[in-house]
Write a protein that binds this ligand. Sequence first.
Ligand code: FES
Length: 85
Amino acid sequence: MNLTVCIGSSCHLKGSRIVVERLENLIQTHGLKDKIDLRGSFCTGNCQTGVSATLDGVYYSLTPENTERFFIEKLLPRVAEKTGE
Ligand code: FES
């Protein structure tokens, strides 16, 4: 599954580096390294809404504070759905 986080300058100022670090940690902790392809992307044109992220093409607006909730509420169920676990 593809997870991209914008590392453009506006998202960088909103904490994209912290968001990426938190996602990396969460992916590691949940043993999902081989299931999630985490990448940085350039500006996606959604600079005003927060740190832009896409999960399999679906757009989400992240902040360092809501990253863990996103992971638990959006990402984990998708992983479960895809892998049938
Ligand atoms: S800098 Fe991230 S959407 Fe523009």
